[in-house]
Design a protein around this ligand. Structure first.
Ligand code: S3P
Length: 435
C-alpha cells in the first residue's frame, strides 16, 4: 500500500511565522492543516497579518508578508490552543517588537512551563507579566529594546532555541544559544532561506547556534513542506508490527537528521525500513525528504538514552507501544522532558500500558517495558494528548488487540484524517481493526 501523511507540524509553524515577517508574498504548499497550525495562523491574523485559511489538502497558499514593523498589538488575548510551539515561538517573536499581547491556551497548554523562554527573553530586555499561576499561561509580553545575547540553555529544546533566534530576528540583535544536545534545526534552516546568516557547530557544553547577520528586508519563502516524520512514525510502527499487511510505502516524508532518531532505533530493533527517492539532502537551507518503505519485521527490545532522545522526543509514545510488542525489554532513559509535553507522557504511557495488561515500570527519566505477544485490551485515557491517542490507536489496530481511545478527535492537533488512514491500512490485514 502507498500512503502520504500531512505536512510537518514544526516546519509549518515556522513557515507561517517567517512568511509574515518577510517583505513580499510567500508561496507555501504542503502546510499541515491541523489544529496547532490553525492556532498559529489565527494568532498571526490577530496581530495584523492577512493569513489565508489552511487548505485541508495542503494545496498552495500565498501569504503577503507585512515585515516585523507591520504587526500591531492585538485587541483580545492570543489563544494558542494546544500548541506549545505557537506559544513559545510567538513569545520570542513578540519579544523583539514594540507590541503588548496576552497569550493563553487550552488546559493542557496552560499547565506547561513558560519560564524556559520568558527567563532568557527577559535577560535580553523583554518584559513579561505572569497571570495567576507562575511559569504558566496566561501571560503578557511587552517587547522591544533588546540587547545582543548569549545563552546556555539547560534543556535541549528547539522551542527555547527558536524563541531566542526569533527575538534576535525581530529585535535586530545577534543571539547565540548553546544547548546540551542538538535539537531540531528547522528554524535555522528557514532563517537561512529568508536571507539570514546562521552559524552552528560544537560548543563548549553541547551544540552552539548563532544568528550572525540579519538582512534589512527578509526574503519571502517559496517552499513545499514535506510530510511529518512524527506522523509517519505511527505508520512505520504499524507496518513493522504486521498491522498493514505486507510492505507500506509512505511518500515524501521529511528526513531532517535532527528528527529521525526513531529510524535508527527501529532498525536497531530489527525493523526493515528502506529509504528511496531522497531529495534536498545537502542544502543547509532546505529540508531533506524521501519515501520510506516499512516491512513486517521480528522486533527485539532496545535501551536508548543520551543524544538520540531529542531526535525522537515526539516518537516516544509510539516507541513505547512498539516496545510492548517486541521481544525482550525496551528501556527509555534521559527523557524527563516527556513530563512537560502535551501531557506527562511518562506517567500517561505507563498508566495506559499498565491498564491494557503490559508489563511496564515508570522511571524518573523514562520507562521500561517488557514486550510480549499476549492480546492487550482495555480503555485508555489520552489526557488531551494527540500522540498518546495515535500511539494507542496503532496498538488497537493490530490483529487481536482491543483498545478503546477515550478522545480520538484530539489527533486533529497534528494529523487530520489519522483514523481514516489507520482504518484503511489496517483493513489491508485480515482481522485488523482500528476504532
Ligand atoms: C517542537 C519542539 C519540541 C517538540 C514539539 C515541537 C518545535 O519541543 O516536542 O512537538 O516545533 O520546535 P521542545 O522544544 O520543548 O523539545
Amino acid at each position: 500500500m502507498i500512503i502520504t501523511v500531512p505536512g510537518d507540524k514544526s516546519i509549518s509553524h515556522r513557515a507561517l511565522l517567517l512568511s509574515v515577517l518577510a517583505e513580499g508574498t510567500s508561496e507555501l504548499s504542503g502546510l499541515l492543516p491541523g489544529a496547532d497550525c490553525r492556532s498559529t495562523s489565527s494568532v498571526m491574523r490577530a496581530l495584523g497579518a492577512s493569513m489565508p485559511d489552511l487548505p485541508p489538502d495542503g494545496s498552495e497558499i500565498r501569504v503577503p508578508g507585512v515585515g516585523p514593523k507591520g504587526l500591531r498589538s492585538p485587541k483580545g488575548e492570543l489563544d494558542c490552543g494546544n500548541s506549545g510551539t505557537t506559544a513559545r515561538l510567538l513569545l520570542g517573536l513578540l519579544a523583539g517588537l514594540s507590541i503588548e499581547a496576552t497569550l493563553t491556551g487550552d488546559a493542557s497548554l496552560r499547565s506547561r512551563p513558560m519560564r524556559r523562554v520568558t527567563d532568557p527573553l527577559s535577560r535580553m530586555g523583554a518584559r513579561f507579566e505572569e497571570g495567576p499561576k507562575e511559569d504558566r499561561l496566561p501571560l503578557t509580553v511587552r517587547g522591544g529594546g533588546l540587547s545582543p545575547f548569549s545563552y546556555r540553555s539547560p534543556v535541549a529544546s528547539a522551542q527555547v532555541k527558536s524563541a531566542l533566534l526569533l527575538a534576535g530576528l525581530t529585535g535586530g540583535v545577534a543571539v547565540e544559544v548553546e544547548e546540551p544536545e542538538r535539537s531540531r534545526d528547522h528554524t535555522e534552516r528557514m532563517l537561512r532561506r529568508i536571507g539570514c546568516r546562521v552559524e552552528e557547530g560544537t560548543g563548549e557544553a553541547g551544540w552552539r547556534v548563532r544568528l550572525a547577520e540579519i538582512p534589512r528586508a527578509l526574503r519571502p519563502l517559496d517552499f513545499h513542506v514535506p510530510g511529518d516524520f512524527s506522523s509517519a512514525a505511527f505508520f512505520l510502527a504499524l507496518a513493522l508490527l504486521g498491522g498493514a499487511g505486507s510492505a507500506l510505502r509512505i511518500t515524501n516524508v521529511g528526513l531532517n537528521p535532527t528528527r529521525t532518531g526513531l529510524l535508527d532505533v527501529l532498525r536497531e530493533m530489527g525493523g526493515r525500513i528502506e529509504v528511496e527517492r531522497q531529495r534536498e539532502t545537502d542544502d543547509p537551507a532546505g529540508e531533506p525528504a524521501a519515501d520510506l518503505i516499512a516491512y513486517p519485521s521480528e522486533l527485539r527490545g532496545v535501551t536508548i538514552g543520551g543524544e538520540v532522545i531529542p531526535r525522537l522526543i515526539d516518537e516516544v509514545p509510539i516507541l513505547a507501544v512498539v516496545g510492548a510488542r517486541a521481544r525482550g525489554v525496551t528501556e527509555i532513559r534521559d527523557a524527563e522532558e516527556l513530563r512537560v509535553k502535551e501531557s506527562d507522557r511518562v506517567r500517561v504511557l505507563v498508566e495506559n500500558l499498565g491498564t491494557l495488561g503490559a508489563d511496564v515500570e515508570e522511571r524518573p527519566d523514562g520507562l521500561r517495558v517488557s514486550g510480549h505477544d499476549r492480546p492487550l485490551q482495555g480503555s485508555i485515557a489520552v489526557h488531551h494528548d494527540h500522540r498518546i491517542a495515535m500511539a494507542f490507536g496503532v496498538l488497537g489496530a493490530l490483529p487481536g488487540q482491543n483498545v478503546v481511545v477515550d478522545d480520538p478527535e484530539v489527533a486533529d492537533v497534528s494529523f487530520p484524517g489519522f483514523w481514516r488512514l489507520l482504518a484503511e491500512c489496517a483493513g489491508a490485514v485480515e482481522g485488523g481493526r482500528a476504532s
